[in-house]
Design a protein around this ligand. Sequence first.
Ligand code: CA
Length: 517
Amino acid sequence: MTIEDVKSHLICVHPLDNVAVAVNAGGLPKGTPLTEGFAVREFVPAAHKVALRDIPQGSSIVRYGQVIGYAAIDIAQGAWVHTEIMTLPAPPALDALPLATAVPPELPPITGMTFQGYRNADGSVGTKNLLGITTTVQCVAPTVEFAVRRIKAELLPRYPNVDDVLAITHPYGCGVAINAPGADVPIRTIRNLSLNPNFGGAPMAVSLGCEKLQPARLFPGSPSLPVLGDDGYVIRLQDAEHHSFGDMIAAIMRAAERRLEQLNRRQRTTCPASDLVVGLQCGGSDAFSGVTANPSLGYAADLLVRAGATVMFSEVTEVRDAIHLLTARAASVEVAEELIREMAWYDEYLDRGSADRSANPTPGNKRGGLSNIVEKALGSIAKSGSTAIRAVVRPGDRVINRGLVFAATPASDFICGTLQTAAGMNMHVFTTGEGTPYGLATVPVIKVSSQTQLAERWPDLIDLDAGRIATGEASIEDVGRELFQMILDVASGRRRTWADHWGLHNATALFNPGPVT
Ligand code: CA
């Protein structure tokens, strides 16, 4: 192939930008003429940035209309702009941010959109019908997993309306400073995970007996949990009545069978789209994520908000550098201040660990053309769409608001997924550039690729290809509408995600900022 055969294509997202992203699958060879009227000075890999004009040393490199870095050397028009020739700008100061100064006006509501879900007593709606067995401590996890294998083999086939049985296991519960301030986060996470709508809103728990995280502490005097108490839905392995391992398994199976009978009576009913609680996340992002997958997810997020649903976006370290854009979009000064509180808490947390936000981008992010955390953040927040931010949820807390919500979580895929599940998510959308087989057992995960190349290489892992936006085959609106419909179909059980098809379910990963003893 000669240079003349390369049909060059650059994506520039804002008129102020002085860099654009190369779209060609194999990258742009040196000397490739661009429609912009100049040639590429050196090989530029796909998804990486090309300088649209000369950028003298020390001056701003601008993408998304925002400064993503400063030129460390003189950068010539047509040069490859990458991590090594950029310096990182300071993060926006938290004491000088605009507070609710640009609250977006409400978009016209969308009515009549529905899905088929399992309505729970607490008003929440499940998209799966699962028996979840919570563990108070890691000591009991292998025992519960043993019981679950037998429940699946011997009991589940008799309850066809129940989709699956899950052991909710984790490394927490003992050997930890249970009264330290940070302990609240993992404890409320395990509690709210157990109450996820897909478990019917009612937990069954297995405890050891001597552990620090006692069942009464995990579910303190909650009248909304009628299954906890004397009726045998908490099984303590150390109780005198168990004379053998066999006795313990029999007790767990008896309680499980009672829950299976209740769950089996549930049926899908027509629910308004406003009962959806959709968690948004990205992982393995590349420079396309911010122009294809995330903006189309943002378009779908706006449609969901217009339909009255709850939409959560998260990942503190990936919004920190764009926080000035988010505090302005907060629905009120109070919500803006809560956003700042979460950012300040995380700045301090990173500081305590002698790390800073530059620890976020991965080698894969950089290979994918994302030079630093500022560029990653600007692409990441495109997921949140354009509506006002209505509320902020602390890590491990349950979301109660409708509309767009910031659920504060680390950016780690499995920890964010765990915390969004605890927040009450019943649908998950995950965008990826480099690709990941990520999935969750509790909640369906729709995976959206930022590049067609990935969707073609992994046709049995990627549910939706947003790369068609880069090549001009589809618009952001087209993919956003397709995704909105896919969310309704998957939530209704009419369509299965690839992660559920293969049973790819990442482990519960708690966020524990407290000390281990
Ligand atoms: Ca992530």
